[in-house]
Design a protein around this ligand. Structure first.
Ligand code: TXA
Ligand code: MG
Length: 313
């Protein structure tokens, strides 16, 4: 496994590897993705192996633009409106898969839908253009663990399983894309993420929440463990208990304590979340206690990740 700066030469090499069915980790504006040729069953199967995913979960297929997306899925009505408003960007749309789509069936995991996203990151765009392929890419980490927002996170998490890591520096958003499906003429939020519900509702009207009202979040016990550090995590904690490391949010925390955003800015908190969880996970503390984060805008996605990280393993 090689970790290299994402120069034009390295990107051209990465594109060749993808064409040969190999795995390449690359930066997007959300998190690093573990990419493979989405038209090849063998290449996509390697992703599941590398992540040690217990099941064949469906994967997001990354494409260069809306025209490329229309080769693989039906993009009509509200879906097209959202694509036009937020692509390239941190929005994934779950759409009816075209019967003539030249995509591995594994990316859909047996469903008749496919999840598509046009990433905004320069390196991701350059790689898509150089490869001339749709790229299937989940977050480039072992299944269930903290998502990678830096190239070194990928190296620490996946080692030999990936053929090449393109280093494009820290991911500017730091949280995965928002995943939206459609049912009964309405967008349905499958995963909160980098584009906020408020932004989506401004374009496409009310968004349905399949898991109930996020303003009244489910208890962590009902959530599947995901995004989890190795140490136990406690959320909505006003203070740390003896032996715990504290992750603060906003002003008023003592200096020297890890803080998602000293000024209380949710965008900054999103960008720093996964890197700070990894750093505290390496400390001597027996656990991690995280301060409350407001459930608005990007705070919804931050709290979603924290609740899953705190869920019983
Ligand atoms: O920001 C992101 O979305 C990153 C970067 C690399 O693009 N990718 C990512 O992929 O987070 P992953 O595999 O970790 O998450 C994909 C999410 C999962 O929640 C999956 O269940 C959902 O998208 N998904 C994919 N295809 C789907 C489908 N056909 N129907 C419903 N959900 C789907
Ligand atoms: Mg993931």
């Amino acid at each position: 496994m090689e970790l290299v700066a994402a120069t034009p030469r390295a990107i051209a090499h990465a594109a060749e590897l993808l064409g040969e069915g190999r795995l390449v980790a690359f930066p997007t504006e959300t998190v690093y993705g573990l990419g493979a040729d989405a038209s090849s069953d063998r290449a996509v199967a390697r992703i599941f192996e590398a992540k040690r995913r217990p099941h064949f979960n469906p994967l997001i297929v990354h494409v260069a633009d809306l025209a490329a997306a229309a080769l693989y899925a039906e993009l009509l009505g509200q879906a097209r409106q959202l694509a036009e408003a937020f692509w390239p960007g941190a929005l994934t749309l779950v759409l009816p898969r075209r019967t003539d789509a030249r995509l591995s069936l594994l990316v859909s995991a047996g469903l008749d839908t496919v999840a598509l996203r046009v990433p905004a990151h320069d390196v991701a765009q350059a790689l898509l253009h150089a490869a001339g392929l749709p790229i299937a890419a989940p977050s480039a980490n072992r299944s269930g663990s903290v998502s990678p927002t830096r190239a070194e996170h990928v190296r620490d998490s996946l080692d030999d399983a990936v053929d090449l890591i393109l280093d494009g520096g820290p991911c500017p958003l730091g949280l995965e894309s928002t995943v939206v499906a459609f049912a009964g003429g309405r967008p349905v939020l499958l995963r909160p993420g980098g584009v906020t519900v408020e932004e989506i509702e401004a374009v496409a009207g009310p968004v349905a929440m399949p898991e109930g009202d996020p303003a009244q979040p489910q208890s962590p016990g009902q959530l599947a463990s995901h995004y989890a550090p190795a140490k136990p995590l406690r959320i909505n904690a006003a203070t740390a208990q003896p032996g715990e490391a504290y992750l603060a949010f906003g002003p008023g925390a003592p200096p020297g304590v890890a803080n998602l955003s000293p000024s209380g800015d949710l965008r900054e908190a999103a960008a720093k979340l996964f890197a700070l969880l990894r750093a505290l996970d390496r400390s001597d503390a027996r656990g991690i206690a995280v301060a409350p984060v407001p459930e608005t805008g990007l705070g919804r996605a931050i709290n979603d990740r924290l609740r899953r990280a705190a869920a019983p393993r």
